[in-house]
Design a binder for this molecule. Structure first.
Ligand SMILES: Cc1cc2nc3c(=O)[nH]c(=O)nc-3n(C[C@H](O)[C@H](O)[C@H](O)COP(=O)(O)OP(=O)(O)OC[C@H]3O[C@@H](n4cnc5c(N)ncnc54)[C@H](O)[C@@H]3O)c2cc1C
Length: 441
């Protein structure tokens, strides 16, 4: 079974939808439009790429199957973490230390780019500084210490280590054995950020079409892209569809889709908390995520709701029954103080995990086996708020003739998931069950 990604009923509406404010309606594609670059996907990967290119004067058209921000970018936890999901060790082993350094720098610049976009375009998305990675066992606290030492030595990053005794000054809970405070991370309202990026794109000359799913493309000197009720003729096509790649006809999108497993993940938001309780639970307002494989992550929204996420589903379509209750239990384990607080919203989204959780960015070959004019970015693996900004830079550079960074990412080997569409979910679920058991101790 695969997740029917393009079906609205698979995903319930979020707190972010309810608090996004007035949104712009973009038209559906009809007729034929010529442009320099066509971008498929109105999430942050597509928007960062499109905006970077529009700023250089290129004629850019972005196509979104639903509404802008409908996918993971408008539904996520809002944690801004300047890293790739796979962690630095995976990148060092696959690419060597110099290239890993380059990836690290791109991630730091990605976080900076998010802050710059907010400032330059006046995007009202409640950005707050501060992110804490927390440890639920002494063994996990040891991993934080090791990473703090390596990050200081190899990447010149000075995290502040918070020991168990100090932890209550940051998180009003007895659950944690330590934490790493990252002042370059933070959190934001992801849908408002995404919608703000879309407004920035049109203000910079880009065009957006909603309800205009890319159905197929025909490669050649120009790429003919069939979408919505029309066609785009572009010099270059960029695919930034997250798990939507499998919705596009053709052997190449299907080949790319096999390198990705769609995984459901879930969030609840409580009713607004009184200021005194909010101050007790997260006194500095930093966002918190623990460092287990299947983690809890939480933060306070600007209106003092506890926005608490976690859990994964691999085995089927739509929202698993009882996910909100299970998340609420997880939240009360961290904060028994919230046992009587109502849950106002519950929702989820789909992340695009790759086998090693490493990014999967690249350029397809044309019919003669040479580098062609179709690029893609996928495999953000659940940590994409910053990595999509890095992808947007790398893809825009490559489209305009500097492919050094993209060539580096293309050296990462992203293999197809074993088991095909039917078995890849169950096989991964079995592996994750083992990882979860190990994480208990
Ligand atoms: C519940 C949840 C919590 C998360 N929490 C965090 C977090 O706290 N921090 C963090 O860094 N990351 C988090 N992530 C991951 C992060 O949201 C994603 O990695 C990131 O948003 C991916 O951006 P994207 O643009 O690649 O994908 P998306 O935002 O999914 O955008 C892809 C878009 O492409 C569109 N599309 C699909 N197929 C087609 C087609 N054929 N034609 C046209 N358009 C198409 C989709 O409708 C969608 O809007 C979370 C994800 C989820 C689901």
């Amino acid at each position: 079974m695969s997740i029917s990604y393009l079906s609205d009923r698979a995903l319930p509406p979020s707190y972010y939808e309810a608090s996004a404010g007035k949104r712009v309606d973009y038209p559906t594609l009809a007729g034929s439009v010529d442009c320099d670059v066509c971008v498929a996907g109105g999430g942050l990967a597509g928007l960062h790429t499109a905006l970077n290119l529009a700023e250089q004067g290129l004629r850019v058209v972005l196509l979104e199957a639903h509404r802008v921000g409908w996918g993971a970018s408008g539904r996520n936890g809002g944690h801004v973490i300047p890293e790739f999901a796979c962690g630095m060790k995976t990148l060092e082993d696959a690419l060597g230390n110099d290239a890993a350094q380059r990836c690290w720098t791109l991630a730091q610049e990605g976080a900076e780019r998010v802050r710059q976009r907010i400032a330059t375009f006046g995007i009202d998305c409640d950005y707050r500084v501060g992110h804490i990675e927390a440890a639920v066992t002494p063994r996990h606290a040891g991993h934080l210490r090791e990473w703090q030492e390596r990050a200081g030595r190899l990447y010149d990053r000075k995290y502040r280590y918070i020991d168990r005794a100090e932890m209550r000054q940051f998180v009003g809970s007895d659950r944690y054995h330590g934490g790493l405070l990252d002042s370059t991370g933070g959190h934001l309202h992801p849908l408002r950020f995404t919608l703000g990026m879309a407004r920035a794109l049109t203000a910079t000359g880009g065009m957006i079409f909603e309800n205009s799913a890319v159905q197929s493309w025909q490669d050649g000197a120009t790429v003919a892209v069939r979408a919505g009720g029309g066609e785009i003729r572009a010099k270059t096509l960029v695919l930034a569809c997250n798990v939507g790649m499998e919705s596009i006809a053709g052997s190449e999108p299907q080949r790319l889709a096999r390198r990705i497993l769609p995984v459901g993940t879930w969030i609840i938001a409580t009713a607004p908390l009184a200021d005194a309780l909010a101050d007790e639970l997260l006194p500095t307002r930093a966002a918190v995520a623990d460092n287990r494989v299947v983690l809890d992550y939480f933060r306070l929204s600007a209106d003092n709701r506890m926005v608490f996420g976690g859990g994964c589903s691999y085995l089927g379509e739509g929202t698993p029954a009882g996910f909100a209750e299970s998340l609420r239990n997880g939240m009360i384990k961290v904060f028994p103080q919230l046992a009587r607080t109502p849950i106002d919203f519950q929702w989820g989204g789909v992340i695009d995990i790759s086998m090693t959780r490493a990014p999967d960015f690249g350029r397809l070959k044309n019919a003669s086996g040479k580098p062609g004019n179709v690029y893609y970015a996928q495999g953000f693996s659940g940590s994409g708020l910053v990595a999509t900004a890095a992808a947007g830079r790398v893809l825009a550079e490559a489209v305009t003739g500097d492919s050094a960074n993209l060539d580096m990412f293309m050296r990462l080997t992203n293999l197809p998931f074993p088991g095909g569409p039917m078995l890849r979910g169950p096989l991964t679920a079995a592996g994750m069950l083992w990882a979860r058991l190990r994480d208990q101790f």
